[in-house]
Structure formats: C-alpha cells, structure tokens
Write a new protein. Structure first.
Length: 92
C-alpha cells in the first residue's frame, strides 16, 4: 500500500514537472513567433515606404532613360514591386 502511494506521488510530481516544462516551452515559442511577426510587419512597412519613395522619385519620369542609372532604377523598382506584391499576399 505504501509503495502504491509513493509511486503515485512520484508519478504526479513527474507529470507536474513535465507540464511545467511544456508550458514554459510553449510560452517561449509564442514569444518568438510574436517577435517574428513584429519583424515581418516592420519590414512590410519599410518596403511600402521605399516603394512610395521610388514612385515619388520617378513621378516625373526622370529615371526612365536607357542609361545605366535608368536601368538600375528600373531593376530596383521592379524588385520592390515584387516584394510589395508578395507581402500584400501574406498580409491578406
């Protein structure tokens, strides 16, 4: 009878410890996911801001030339548009 009580106490203690560790791990994972989400939202805002600045810079079409600067500007603008559309899909 005493052995059964001791085994019960040990088992309850073990399950309690396992629950505590699992709960702590889950809380840490939730915190990490929140951090990643905040980082993603911050990057989304930066990309949107950069996209708007690029649109303002080229509002007069000054970078549409065929020279090296125009080509680089178009490539950068294209990549920012791709990122912007990708992040809008994620955000929806």
């Amino acid at each position: 009878m005493i052995i059964g009580i001791i085994i019960g106490i040990v088992a309850a203690s073990l399950f309690g410890f396992m629950y505590y560790r699992q709960d702590k791990t889950i809380k840490e994972q939730i915190d990490y996911i929140d951090l990643l989400e905040q980082s993603l939202l911050r990057n989304l805002q930066r990309i949107k801001t950069t996209y708007n600045v690029m649109q303002e810079l080229d509002s007069k079409g000054g970078f549409q030339g065929d020279d090296e600067i125009g080509t680089i500007f178009k490539e950068i603008q294209s990549e920012i548009e791709n990122l912007n559309s990708d992040l809008e899909e994620i955000n929806e």
